[in-house]
Design a protein around this ligand. Structure first.
Ligand code: 6R9
Length: 661
């Protein structure tokens, strides 16, 4: 985060439209009456902050040993929540529901891309998790060991995560779309002892291999001792007898009885890598009790999950934090019934999601603006062919949802009546932080609105003064610790302090997002202020993609920016300088570099466009001025160039573009 040098994005014109004049966006009395989240929660949290969070933890979770202290902030910014307490996260997500007589309740309706499906009850899940935990222990995993998980969206991914949690072995889930190199770096940073993967996955009607990436990632010197492989596609795989073990050999034959020992409240639950401002991904780590409390609480009051009656579907991948908090830990802690879908939204047809909703009578849908904008593009007639009347709550996460997409979502998916919860949060926050409560809040399309009960936020100007004037754009900060907060960056205490708790001093958590209040006091999130992009709700760092580009033999220098994109929110646009002796072969060069990035990081990071340039705009201190490149990428008049070391550079770049070079 470049303090002082950050630019807060301007708020797009369209966001200011006042739609509430024409639409009634207050909760219906029927909805309000049955909602889990009631207005008195705000008062309770304001009156007694620690008491409020203590109640949430005790009411929502089952403890093996009660805690003595709700919050210890004496070592700030390192927090401890629920000090002295002990519990097991997997027991809370599975066993206790069976013990309460709900073993027959469906935990997971699994729907494969090709239409294969499996129904997993809580009793089934208990056996699956126990077996997996026994298998992991037989492979030498014990409390404190790290386990990397590189799996598609299949029920085994949930069982694997919960088995780790049960043992107390922090998991590090790596998104299945990441490359072997990305996986290798993450394995090395966490010093993972075991990797859980699959032979492959189904994508767009075809199989895509996963195991070769793991083979490459653990080749040579590695901390990994065993690779546990789920058979999903049955495609042939290379096999190392000393290292590789089939899931169906060791898990299926394991005992379905496994004792869930209690872990300390602050025992690490998982590490999840996310992009930072340098090329090195940050291992955000979360601990057990605080994280689980916040995941369960928010899933209840924000998504309004009623476990006895709702069918909930969060469309995120398990490799992102949304999949952790709102597929695995939150809904399962609450004993909810949910859908897990493996495939893409347009296979075998563009109505696939709506078909899934109709089939399972999904009542709560949680997805991302990028998906909604894609559906808008495909046309209203597609969802109109399906019965979506079971839906009663819609959610959005990952990036700002523009009012147009919000209104389309409400009308075409939500039947014109479902409340939409636009939920702002981060990998670091562990759970939802800013969002309407669906039974309480008068909705405002495009705004995440206000901190949920128990959470406090402010917007600061460059000097750290609170901004309350409507439309004044500043930086979002959180002003109090919260149970689900990250406990640090794995192995790097300094980076944790410096990244989150130094920009505005140690009292404020700096989120890295620009924000403003409107005249009604709603918070509008305006995108990242650092060098992190948000493509389809996925965080990518400019530095990481730049280093991938520069690792290609023909590239001397690269600068990457996120340009506004109608569908994906932002798109990766790269500017490269070729090395001497390497000619620009137009399309061919561009394609080669795009593929190179996909190979180095993953297809998600592939630049939408790459421009070959002769110079990059830099300040005198040599910092690339991405702001100016963003102007070019978004076809705008180039802004202030006075701090450039060489002010003619932008002219050269623009000229190169118009001549089609
Ligand atoms: C959960 C998740 C975090 C960043 C965050 C912000 C953006 C997420 C948003 C939103 C506006 C929302 N973001 N939700 N921006 N409105 N409702 O996405 O975590 O992958 O760590 O990304 O995503 O910029 O800082 P993560």
């Amino acid at each position: 985060m470049s303090p002082g040098g950050t630019t807060v994005p301007e708020s797009p014109e369209s966001q200011s439209t006042n739609h509430t004049e024409v639409l009634d966006l207050s909760p219906s009395p029927e909805f309000a009456a049955q909602a889990n989240g009631q207005a008195d929660l705000y008062d309770a949290a304001a009156a007694d902050f620690e008491g409020f969070w203590a109640d949430q933890a005790r009411q929502r979770l089952t403890w093996a040993k009660d805690f003595d202290q709700t919050l210890d902030w004496s070592g700030a910014p390192f927090a401890e929540w629920y000090v002295g307490g002990e519990l097991n996260a997997a027991y809370n997500c599975v066993d206790r529901h069976v013990e309460a007589g709900n073993g027959d309740r469906v935990a997971i309706h699994f729907e494969g891309e090709g239409g294969d499906s499996r129904t997993i009850t809580y009793a089934d899940l208990q056996r699956d998790v126990a077996k997996a935990a026994n298998a992991l222990e037989s492979l030498g995993v014990s409390k404190g060991d790290r386990v990397a998980i590189y799996l598609p969206m299949i029920p085994e991914a949930v069982a694997a995560m919960l088995a780790c949690a049960r043992i107390g072995a922090p998991h590090s889930v790596v998104f299945g779309g990441f490359s072997a190199d990305a996986l290798r770096t993450r394995i090395a940073d966490a010093e993972a002892k075991l990797v859980i993967t699959a032979d492959g996955q189904f994508r767009r009607g075809k199989t895509a291999p996963l195991k070769p990436a793991v083979d490459a990632a653990v080749e040579g010197e590695t901390t990994v001792e065993k690779v546990l492989v789920v058979q999903r596609t049955k495609d042939p795989v290379d096999w190392n007898d000393d290292r590789d073990v089939w899931w169906h050999d060791v898990v299926d034959s394991a005992s379905d009885q496994h004792e869930a020992v209690a872990h300390d409240s602050e025992h690490p639950l998982f590490i999840l890598y996310t992009s930072g401002t340098t090329g090195k991904p940050k291992g955000i780590f979360h601990t057990t009790a605080g994280y689980l409390t916040q995941a369960a609480y928010t899933n209840s009051v924000v998504h309004d999950v009623h476990p006895e009656t709702d069918v909930y579907w969060c469309t995120a991948d398990i490799g992102w934090v949304t999949g952790h908090s709102y597929i695995v830990y939150g809904p399962l802690a609450n004993g909810a019934t949910q859908v897990i879908y493996e495939g893409t939204p347009d296979t075998p047809h563009q109505g696939r999601w709506w078909e899934v909703i109709e089939k399972y009578k999904v009542s709560i849908l949680y997805t991302a603006p990028t998906a909604i904008r894609t559906f808008m593009k495909w046309g209203d007639d597609i969802p109109a062919k399906f019965d979506l009347s079971s839906l009663r709550v819609l959610g959005s996460v990952g990036e700002p949802i523009n009012p147009e997409a919000w209104l389309w979502y409400r009308k075409n998916i939500g039947g014109g009546h479902c409340p939409i919860v636009d939920t702002w949060w981060q990998t670091e926050t562990g759970g939802i932080m800013i969002s309407p409560l669906p039974g309480v809040t008068d909705l405002e399309p495009g705004s995440a609105q206000r901190p949920i009960p128990g959470i406090s936020a402010e917007i600061l100007d460059d000097e750290g003064n609170p901004l309350h004037d409507p439309e004044a754009v500043g930086y979002l900060v959180l002003t109090k610790p919260w149970p689900g907060m990250l406990r640090g960056i794995w192995g790097d205490e300094e980076r944790y302090k410096e990244t989150y708790w130094s920009r505005f001093g140690p009292k404020y958590y700096f989120a890295g997002d620009g924000a403003k209040f409107d005249e009604k006091g709603n918070i509008w999130l305006l995108g990242r202020v650092d060098d992190v992009m948000n493509v389809s709700g996925h965080r990518l760092s400019t530095a990481e993609i730049e280093s991938a580009l520069v690792s290609h033999p023909s590239v001397a220098e690269a600068a990457v920016v996120g340009a506004t994109d109608e569908t994906t929110g932002q798109a990766v646009v790269a500017f490269v300088i070729l090395r001497g002796g390497h000619e620009d072969h137009g399309d061919e060069t561009v394609q080669e570099l795009r593929n190179h990035v996909a190979k180095e990081i993953g297809p998600i990071a592939k630049p939408r466009s790459i421009m070959v340039v002769s110079e990059l705009p830099k300040t005198r201190s040599g910092k690339i001025m991405r702001r100016l490149l963003r102007d070019v990428a978004e076809n705008r008049e180039v802004g202030d160039v006075t701090t450039l070391a060489d002010s003619s550079v932008m002219g050269l770049i623009k000229e190169g573009m118009s001549s089609g070079k």
